[in-house]
Design a protein around this ligand. Sequence first.
Ligand SMILES: C[S@@+](CC[C@H](N)C(=O)[O-])C[C@H]1O[C@@H](n2cnc3c(N)ncnc32)[C@H](O)[C@@H]1O
Length: 339
Amino acid sequence: MSIGYFFNQSTKFLWYSAHYIISFKYSTPIKIDKTNPPSFYGKMPSGKQMFFEMIKLLNEERKLINSKFYKIPKTQLKDLLSAAKGSFDFFLDLPKIDKRRASGKFSEVETKKKDLPKYYLRNFHYQTDGYLSEKSARLYEFQVETLFTGCAATMRRFSMIPLINYLNSNKKNIKLLDIGTGTGEIIESYKLNFKDTEITCSDLSEEYLNVAKQKLKKFKDIKYVNCKGEELPFENETFDGLTSTYMFHEIPTEIRKQVFSEISRVLKKDGIFVLTDSLQIDDNPKLNPLLEFFPYSTHEPFYPKYIREDLKEVAKNYGLEMYYNKNAYLSKSMAFRKL
Ligand SMILES: C[S@@+](CC[C@H](N)C(=O)[O-])C[C@H]1O[C@@H](n2cnc3c(N)ncnc32)[C@H](O)[C@@H]1O
């Protein structure tokens, strides 16, 4: 397993790093006022440091797999074919992203839906169509893996550590709701590791949810609900578990509070909420400059507040107690218990 794992991850690393380097090289340089430089200027972690952090993550996952703590989906031929197509589409779209980035335009989104919140109607990451088209959904995973040089899937899978521990100590099949599922990358791993768990995927983007549905069509029992995380259409205490990956940094502070409140409402007493998202300031001080740089390099308007928010304290206000917090390279997974 170890050799297979390292072969797979090295291939992913080389493939997505190449895309990262090429896209960086051919993009319009980010303007920095050197007379009044931002706090990260001149302090970015070196490539060697980043590589070391990444190896730490992969080595941890290798141990989890070897000890049979969790399983990961196998790479199949169709994955390789879709990577080749993903590469073509990625480069085709890159000039459009670069144009938006260079001009600072982030409002090029169209939708017929009237009830989408204003904070959502934007080109997050300067991506084409924001979250509002199937085309964007099909490009999304490739873009995320490129940003994280092939480690995004591993970082997401660290959500399973507290989830599996929870399942082992409760010995029951749980009802699980995922919020901001996007194109559903982590859900296949959930199904592989706890197949009897009843999973509901939810997202504000109907288009992203449709792509998740297609990707996960072999799992007939998954439900899909197109809704806001801050207005969950479920009865009180419906779920034993809730999860969310990479959504919390994309919503304004006030909305984040509402999402916490809704999570607490729909979660049963002693239920678990696992939140996986970007590292925050001082989680790994060496990487602080990188976190500061991120919203300079892309459109992430709510990220600067997210990285400074005391999530433990906010969650506590809504009856959710943080009992687990573990870094995973550029992400971290936190687990909360409903009191
Ligand atoms: C960065 S993506 C993360 C997707 C996926 N969970 C992953 O791990 O890649 C953020 C997702 O959150 C969704 N989203 C953003 N704001 C939301 C909200 N208020 N309620 C529900 N979903 C939301 C977006 O549509 C998008 O699919």
